[in-house]
Write a protein that binds this ligand. Structure first.
Ligand code: NAP
Length: 405
């Protein structure tokens, strides 16, 4: 069994000097998204604890400009170059610098800050997140696709750059909080909990007819469209299995998924003596974001207090890989390794976009991913250029599969 070494640091004494400062500087990649807005909310509530360097968005310049003014950011960056003029005029009269384009987003990752919150959705976040890793930032990682697509290479860059990865995904934040990094051999299993998404109780026939509106209506979490669809197919949990493999030093066989519809237990770690440690909380992303921003300390978050007495019952069930084949595909990709997760992630991004654009049905998402994986091209990844090339090729293949459906 292959055991990966962790890229996470567990001891506060390992922290870079800047980390001991009272006021930490933060940049947020994807500040206009769901994770981004939750991060902005926490930063706005704690102006004495955080200063803000750079905020980035893709197209939502109005919100980006509002956030930059509210947080007194030094710079605002929009990915879509055609919106540069609009951003500049929205920020005229302030001393907030503006920039636009993909290179400016990458530079936002490279710009000095103690913390880089990586909350762009999809592989678009890979290059700027890598810049944060290379300059030794504390990377608060929400953008799971970067670890799925380029896991081993990304964690190597984290080590080379002396960076620290703190997971923002609620499941991985939970595991991080109860994982004994000093006694890795004592860990027997990691259990990622899954809500099961909006279609947990739907039959395959019912799922075939599901619309984008129904897929994004998650029962517990309020999230961006792509991750909401991933939750509905359960590809999200598949991505998280691969993410967990790269974050925690356990073999792939020791990572399991358990459906827990109430989303109260965010994940668990089992130990060889039979103990199982879990982290619980109400489903509010501000809790894991606050954990990452304040680590290794704690800061208060406005999340609702958990009342188990009010909830009364917590339930659990095994995942159904027949109705949710994305989970099986992700498990196979994790075991195959090499470029398999990169191809799966790229094909999934294209298929989800096609579903949201009403070009394919809900069940076609996993079909497209499986067909692209069946075409092969899953050889080991030599370097990051290979990741980008394989990602681009898998996107073209996925588009071709969609055209043939
Ligand atoms: N939402 C959650 O609760 C949650 C929980 C765990 C993990 N995550 C992960 O966190 C990441 C973000 O999720 P989200 O739900 O916050 O997504 P989201 O609401 O769709 O936000 C995505 C952000 O990325 C920006 N963006 C999109 N395409 C871009 C591009 N090509 N270049 C630069 N920026 C781009 C968007 O800008 P615009 O707003 O201008 O489009 C927005 O700021 C995902 O990887 C997701 O899996 C999310």
């Amino acid at each position: 069994m292959a055991v990966v070494s962790t890229s996470l640091k567990s001891a506060p004494e390992d922290l870079p000097e800047a980390w001991h400062q009272e006021r930490r500087s933060v940049s947020v990649l994807g500040s206009t998204g769901s994770i981004g807005c939750n991060t902005v909310d926490l930063l706005a509530r704690n102006p004495d604890a955080f200063s803000v360097e750079v905020l980035t968005g893709n197209r939502n310049v109005k919100l980006l400009a509002e956030q930059a003014v509210r947080l007194k950011a030094k710079r605002a960056v929009v990915a879509d170059e055609s919106l540069y003029g609009e951003l500049k005029s929205l920020l005229s009269g302030t001393n907030i610098a503006c920039a636009a384009g993909e290179d400016a987003i990458i530079e936002a990752g490279a710009h000095p800050s103690d913390i880089l919150v990586a909350a762009i959705v999809g592989t678009a976040g890979l290059k700027p997140t890598l810049e944060g890793a290379r300059r030794g930032a504390l990377v608060a990682l929400a953008n799971k696709e970067t670890l799925v697509s380029a896991g081993a290479l990304m964690t190597q860059e984290v080590k080379n750059g002396g960076a620290t990865l703190i997971p923002v995904d609620s499941e991985h934040s939970a595991i991080f909080q109860v994982f004994d990094f000093e006694r890795v051999q004592a860990v027997s299993k990691i259990t990622l909990t899954a809500s099961g998404g909006p279609f947990r109780e739907k039959s395959l026939d019912e799922m075939q007819a599901m619309t984008p509106e129904q897929a994004v209506a998650h029962p517990n979490w309020d999230m961006g469209a792509k991750i909401s669809v991933d939750s509905a197919t359960m590809m999200n949990k598949g991505l998280e299995m691969i993410e967990a493999f790269h974050l925690f030093p356990v073999p792939s066989e020791a990572i399991e998924v358990l459906v827990h519809p109430q989303s109260v237990i965010h994940s668990m770690v089992s130990y060889v003596d039979g103990s199982v440690l879990a982290q619980l909380g109400t489903p509010d992303m501000r809790t894991p974001i606050a954990f990452a921003l304040a680590w290794p300390k704690r800061m208060s978050a406005p999340s609702e207090t958990l009342s188990l007495a009010d909830i009364g019952t917590l339930t659990f069930e095994a995942p159904d890989t027949v109705r949710f084949p994305a989970l099986r595909l992700a498990r196979e990709c994790l075991q195959t390794g090499g470029a398999a997760p990169t191809v799966m992630n790229a094909a999934n991004e294209v298929a989800v976009a096609a579903f949201l654009g009403r070009k394919i049905g809900f069940l076609d998402i996993a079909r497209v991913v499986e067909k692209v994986l069946d075409e092969g091209g899953l050889e080991p990844l030599s370097d990051l250029d290979a990741v980008f090339a394989i990602d681009a090729e898998a996107r073209l293949r996925a588009a071709a599969v969609i055209d043939r459906l």
